[in-house]
Design a binder for this molecule. Structure first.
Ligand SMILES: [Zn+2]
Length: 253
């Protein structure tokens, strides 16, 4: 299986990578997409992808890491290549004090770059799904995933119409998460991606920051029971979806 969104560049994962990856392999997780979000994470992601097989990287400037000059660095990093996606980029209206107009400008510039590069986009979005859809409608033809999606099953419709995929993480494993479970039941099976977003999002068994890529198994089996199929069937579906979404057949495999 492929963890389509994990931050192996971040502590506590980075400091114990060999054991993290060996535990993951023991759980059947043997591919990883690392989304970069700022300069330090882009540097580390490149280092890890050079060191390990089946570690793929994305580069993008996250809305909460926008500072003077960071957009131009992000665009340079994207131009350097060696990446399978642009991300994580998006809108985050949950935190106060982060300039929303600027967030939107930075997102648009990176979606333009994705269009030029012909790469899919990993979208981060909190409390801004209507605004995000508005921006994305200006980029028809672009492929994207709503990572760790937190919108409602109603809000997701517009994104599904654009052909987007929806990423599910530990939320589906927890008892008190009716909204995300309803969403997981509404998304077509061929648009589902799975991710741990470790160490930032946890599962029922491993709350953050003790979550790891190996926890993908718990997420896949929760999705399987929501959709009434076996964990093996769900694992096959989401792996095929990840390979298709990120064009991994052409990537170093
Ligand atoms: Zn993330």
């Amino acid at each position: 299986m492929i963890d389509t969104h994990c931050h192996l560049t971040d502590e506590p994962l980075y400091g114990q990578l060999e054991s993290v990856l060996s535990r993951a392999r023991g759980c059947g997780v043997d591919g990883y997409v690392i989304p970069g979000y700022n300069m330090e994470s882009w540097r580390r992601a490149r280092e890890l992808s050079a060191r390990y097989e089946r570690v793929w990287i994305a580069v993008g400037l996250h809305p909460l890491f926008i500072e003077e000059g960071t957009l131009s660095h992000a665009l340079e990093e994207i131009e350097r290549g060696g990446i399978i996606a642009i991300g994580e980029v998006g809108l985050d209206y949950m935190e106060e004090g982060v300039d929303r107009v600027l967030q939107r400008q930075v997102l648009v510039a990176q979606l333009e770059a994705a269009k030029v590069a012909g790469l899919p986009v990993i979208l981060h979005c909190r409390h801004a799904h209507d605004e995000l859809l508005d921006v994305c409608e200006g980029f028809r033809g672009l492929q994207a995933v709503l990572h760790s999606c937190s919108c409602s099953h109603e809000q997701v419709k517009g994104f599904l119409e654009l052909g987007y995929y929806v990423g599910f993480s530990g939320g589906v494993t927890r008892a008190q998460t009716q909204k995300v479970k309803k969403l997981a039941s509404a998304v077509p099976l061929d648009r589902i991606l799975v991710e741990t977003d470790s160490p930032y999002i946890g599962t029922a068994r491993h709350p953050a920051p003790s979550s790891e890529p190996g926890d993908l198994v718990e997420i896949v089996s929760a999705l399987a029971s929501l959709r009434g199929c076996s964990a093996e069937e769900m694992a096959a579906i989401v792996t095929e979806n990840a390979v298709r979404f990120f064009s991994l057949r052409d990537a170093r495999w």
